[in-house]
Design a protein around this ligand. Structure first.
Ligand SMILES: [Zn+2]
Ligand SMILES: [Zn+2]
Length: 69
């Protein structure tokens, strides 16, 4: 079973998930895996109560550590 079409938020990317809150079909970019919501709902839910645990703009000294042997 697969959904086809484009994200209902950005309208450009392929749908990968659906929001458990509003049912919107969204791409990976606009889906919050932690909550299982689209980013719009995640922002609503989080915006009032808790802050996102992971800082977006922090130092990543080992950010290029993509190679594993
Ligand atoms: Zn999107
Ligand atoms: Zn939603």
């Amino acid at each position: 079973m697969s959904v086809s079409g484009t994200c209902q938020i950005c309208g450009t990317r392929e749908i990968t998930d659906d929001c458990d809150r509003c049912g919107k079909l969204v791409c990976a970019t606009h889906y919050d895996k932690e909550l299982g919501y689209c980013t719009e709902c995640a922002t609503e839910v989080r915006g009032t109560t808790e802050k996102p645990p992971t800082p977006d703009r922090d130092e990543f000294p080992d950010g290029v550590d993509t190679f594993r042997s």
